[in-house]
Design a protein around this ligand. Structure first.
Ligand SMILES: NC(=O)c1ccc[n+]([C@@H]2O[C@H](COP(=O)([O-])OP(=O)(O)OC[C@H]3O[C@@H](n4cnc5c(N)ncnc54)[C@H](OP(=O)(O)O)[C@@H]3O)[C@@H](O)[C@H]2O)c1
Length: 250
């Protein structure tokens, strides 16, 4: 088992997928982690896989302020600090055009993908980062960088999350660095509809020849939460297997 780094990360939505990939990467370098998710059983299993001496889980919905407070409090109680916050929990309940989108759905998407990240950032700031420093990484999406008609409402929320990243980077400097990661399609339950049964075809558009996997995002999050990125803040790192290279005229 790796020696402890002494650092602690709170990662939202980390019982599976990208969040779990990030938790694995940070635990592998010696961090202890507090992970969240709605399903308590799934969270327990993830904690066991990560190592019960290295991880704790706090169940709840990311947008619920009482849950945000409880997660930060539990991490502080268990580990005494929260150096890194990774706002990863996100939702995309609708596909297609937004001309007739139910505005209550739009509000829910915004609440989970944007307001939750702000809530967790506020609470982590006051509990630890304001006095002691640290980093925040927000998991956005390429849909927040360029309009993606099939997932428009989601893209709008991720664009807001990218702007929130810049705002927080400005406000929390110099003690806390805040960056975002904007992935293209990563193989998880969340994105399964975009590639299942046609992965080869879906991957063909990517210059690097494959879709992303959670470990790709884990590696980038490890960089953005380490001293290797000590002069990086307010940035959005696009992790897309090169797919944006196709935007030019040919
Ligand atoms: N996969 C992609 O292609 C892709 C690309 C770009 C960006 N992203 C972003 O990456 C993030 C993670 O997505 P993923 O693909 O890893 O999804 P995933 O495999 O479905 O995993 C989502 C994780 O978040 C938890 N979760 C979901 N909704 C939650 C909520 N409201 N409150 C708390 N926890 C919640 C889930 O557990 P429970 O269900 O038990 O709550 C699970 O642990 C999202 O923000 C997504 O927008 C994904």
């Amino acid at each position: 088992m790796t020696e402890l780094s002494g650092k602690v990360a709170l990662i939202t939505g980390a019982s599976r997928g990208i969040g779990y990939g990030i938790a694995e990467a940070l635990v592998a370098r010696g961090d202890r982690v507090c992970i969240t998710g709605r399903n308590e059983e799934a969270l327990k299993e993830a904690v066991e896989k990560l190592g019960a001496d290295r991880a704790i889980g706090v169940a709840g919905k990311a947008h619920d302020e009482a849950h945000q407070a409880a997660a930060v409090e539990r991490a502080m109680e268990a580990f005494g600090r929260v150096d890194h916050l990774v706002n990863n929990a996100g939702t995309n309940p609708v596909f297609g055009p937004i001309a007739d989108l139910d505005l209550n759905v739009a509000r829910k998407v915004y609440e989970t993908n944007v307001i939750s990240a702000l809530g967790f950032a506020q609470k982590t700031w006051h509990a630890w980062q304001k006095e002691n420093g640290g980093t925040i990484v927000n998991i956005a999406s390429v849909a927040g960088v360029a309009p993606s008609p099939f997932i428009a409402a989601y893209g709008v929320s991720k664009a807001a999350l990218i702007n929130l990243t810049g705002q927080l980077a400005h406000e929390f400097a110099p003690r806390v660095r805040v960056n975002a990661i904007a992935p293209a399609v990563v193989k998880t339950k969340f994105a399964a509809a975009l590639y299942e049964g046609r992965e080869e075809e879906a991957a063909a558009g990517y210059p690097l020849g494959r879709l992303g996997v959670p470990a790709d995002i884990g590696g980038a999050a490890a960089f953005l939460t380490s001293d290797q990125s000590a002069w990086v803040t307010g940035q959005t790192l696009v992790l897309d297997g090169g797919i944006f290279l196709n935007a030019g005229v040919s």
